[in-house]
Structure formats: C-alpha cells, structure tokens
Design a binder for this molecule. Structure first.
Ligand code: DI6
Ligand code: FE
Length: 400
C-alpha cells in the first residue's frame, strides 16, 4: 500500500547535511509501512503520480520520538519520599534506610501483571501523546524470578495494547532486595542469573541492564551478569557513574554495550572507552533535576570525542517521575547545554541507536519504518524551547 505525505518541512535528522537534516518543502513516499523516498515536494517520482496524497499545510515532520530509558512499569508512588528529601534526607540515606528502590519493590511485588499494566498505561499514553513510537521499559522492581518475569510480561503487553514498539531490558541487577541484604553475590547466583535465563527462554528480554553503584552492584558483579548476557547473545547497557565513578562506563564499553546511562561522574577514560566502542551516552536530565544533582555529565568531552548522545525520561517513581520526553529535551538544553538540534537527535537518531534500532527508526530515510511526528511549530528548535507545551499535530506509525 502506497501513500504520499506532502507539504511538510522535514527534519530528517540524517547527519552530515543541513542542520536537523532539514528539507524545507518536502514529501515522503511510504510503501507498505516503510519509507520509499524523501524528496522535494515538487519532485515526486514519476511512477508515484496519482498515489493517494495527504497534505500537511507546511507543518514540521520529524522522526517519531524514541524514549530509550524508562522504568515505566512499577507499583506505588514515592511522593512521601519526596517530602522526606525536602525535609533534608538524601537519596542514598533513604535507600539505606529501606526506602528508595526497595519500597517500590514491595509495591511492585504486591501487584498482579494486570495491575501493573493498568498502572503503567496512563504513563505510556503521556509519552505517546508527545509523538513517542518506541519506548524502552526495564524490569528491576521485582527482584524475584517470578516478579521480574511478571514485570517483563507487563511491558510486552503494553506494546500489544498501544501502537508503540516496546523494547524490554532485564534489570535484575537493579538493587539488592532486603532478603539478600549484605549477600549481593548470592542474590546474583540465586535470582539474577536464573531469572535472566528464564526471561531469555520466554523471549521477554531484548537487552540486559544493571545498576553499577555503591548502593547497588560493583563492576565485578555487573561483569558476571554481562557474561551471562553474552552467552545468551543479548546486548547489554548500564546505569553507570550516576552518583560516583566506579568505572562502570568503561566496563560497559569493553563489553560492547549499546549504551551507558546517567554518566554525571564519568571521567575522561570512560569517555574514550565509549568513543572507541561506539557506546551511546544516554543522559537523563530528569533524574539530575529531581535529585538536585550539581555534578554535570561531561557533555563537552563527549561531544569532542564524537560519542553519540541520547536523552530519555528515565521515568521512574524515585529519581525521575517524569513522563514528558519534550521536557527532557528542554532540560537537556537548559541543564546540560545541549543544542536543540542535539536534543532532537538525542530522542530520535541516537536514541534508536541506543536500542539497536538504527536500521529501523530514528531518522527519515529510505528503508526505515514509516514512523513520524508532525508538529504545529515553525522551526524544530521550538520542540526543545517551550516548557510544558505539546505541539504534536499527529503521530503516524505504521508498524508491522
Ligand atoms: N537509577 C535511577 O535513577 C533509577 N534507577 C537507577 O538505577 C532510580 C530508581 C528508583 O529510585 O526507584
Ligand atoms: Fe534508570
């Protein structure tokens, strides 16, 4: 089935061309769900004359957005913890006192798969309303074999209930649950690795993630999880250098990770390792903002080393209760000094790459899937510029 979308300013986000890969007055030909051609509006290929054509009044088209790091599936709320932090407690103190991630684990274990889906749907709908067509969703609040699988099944189900591509990441190594307190290696042996095997056997995990941090797992422990992922043929990624520099990004890069995420405490050795391996730097300004972090990720060094930079919501109840990727773009610019063009690349081309989907989505180019966002704005910089404003005109998604 063929159709033409025309009278559009097209930010193709293809690199190495005009800023934003912009085509001022363009059209796109879609054939059977894939992009067949991108051309000037008065340059439609001869054999496409007479094909059904829709006109968009000069609006801006971008690739549909990609949120490449979320913890969208969880139970409960951490509003009380927000109050405690405002009364002076730190994120790490709350975690050590049995709050933090562990309290979301209790709330998540208490919910059924159906309940988890119901709780996550409104969050997913907020993302979709801003033009998101691909969302990564992590486990990591179950921390038993059954509860981790339950989270991943809920994530998969979200992808069947809405016209959105869900990419799952298994995050058993997110926190040490209370029943294994002080016995992190036993937790890895008895839960994390068996649950990974089970998730893989059921086709529930598209990638494997971990939290490498003083309050979570050491690089040596993460390496054990990554070894198992490699044996199963699954790609890896890592929460690294969020609160301190343990060398997590270096480890991830040496393992050929798709991405290393957070990175506020990343040092120059980590930057070079990521550049050498092509690992995407996923920056999460919502968590930086919400935790009132003051250490900035090394954006200038990442840029100079040509490490691809992505932006994501990190939507989770503890450190980033945010369901707006447009706000993440604005924060990426105001807090991290990304340019609006880098911010848009961060939620399209580089976010797709962070999920191993560079061949499928993230730019408007022949061969990729027809996944577009059409916006009521005059210039692509407006997407990052405005705060709390959603100019989406229409999301167009032609999945299989
Ligand atoms: N880093 C984060 O920012 C989230 N997980 C992680 O590893 C926070 C998770 C939470 O506080 O619930
Ligand atoms: Fe996260």
């Amino acid at each position: 089935l063929r159709r033409i979308l025309t009278d559009l300013a097209i930010a193709t986000m293809q690199p190495d061309g005009a800023p934003y890969g912009l085509l001022a007055h363009g059209a796109v030909g879609v054939d059977d769900g894939r992009i067949a051609w991108v051309a000037a509006a008065d340059d439609v290929p001869a054999d496409w004359r007479g094909v059904e054509t829709e006109s968009f009044g000069g609006r801006l088209m971008t690739p549909a957005l990609v949120d490449c790091h979320t913890h969208l599936v969880f139970g409960g709320s951490r509003a009380r913890e927000f109050e405690m932090r405002l009364e002076g407690a730190t994120y790490e103190e709350i975690a050590l006192a049995g709050g933090g991630i562990v309290s979301t684990v209790a709330a998540t274990r208490a919910l059924s798969e159906d309940d988890l889906v119901e709780a996550a749907l409104p969050r997913l709908d907020r993302l979709i309303a801003e033009g998101v067509a691909t969302v990564e969703i992590k486990s990591g609040y179950g921390l038993t074999v059954a509860d981790e699988l339950k989270m991943l099944r809920a994530a998969r189900r979200l992808g069947s209930l809405r016209p959105v591509r869900v990419m799952t990441s298994y995050l058993g190594a997110h926190a040490v649950p209370v029943e294994y307190k002080g016995r992190a290696d036993a937790y890895l042996d008895e839960i994390v690795l068996p649950a990974l095997d089970a998730a893989h056997a059921e086709g529930l995990a598209d990638a494997v993630d971990g939290f490498c941090e003083g309050i979570a797992f050491s690089p040596a422990q993460i390496a054990r999880v990554f070894d198992r992922a490699a044996a199963l043929g699954l790609p890896v990624k890592l929460h690294a250098e969020q609160l301190s520099d343990l060398g997590g990004a270096r480890l991830a890069a040496f393992c050929g990770a798709l991405s290393a995420d957070h990175l506020e405490y990343l040092g120059s050795d980590g930057v070079s390792a990521m550049a050498a391996s092509g690992t995407v730097a996923v920056l999460l300004p919502g968590a930086f903002y919400f935790l009132r972090e003051t250490k900035l990720p090394p954006v200038v060094a990442l840029r100079e080393a040509r490490v691809p930079i992505a932006l994501a919501t990190d939507c989770n109840p503890g450190s980033s209760p945010m369901t707006s990727l447009l706000l993440a773009m604005n924060m990426g610019c105001t807090l991290f000094r990304l340019t609006p063009e880098e911010a848009l690349a961060g939620v399209t081309r580089n976010a797709a790459r962070a999920l191993g989907l560079a061949g499928e989505t993230g730019t408007i180019a022949p061969g990729k899937r027809a996944e577009f966002a059409i916006w009521d704005v005059g210039h692509p910089a407006e997407l990052a510029y405005r705060i709390g404003f959603n100019p989406l005109f229409r999301r167009i998604v032609e999945h299989e």
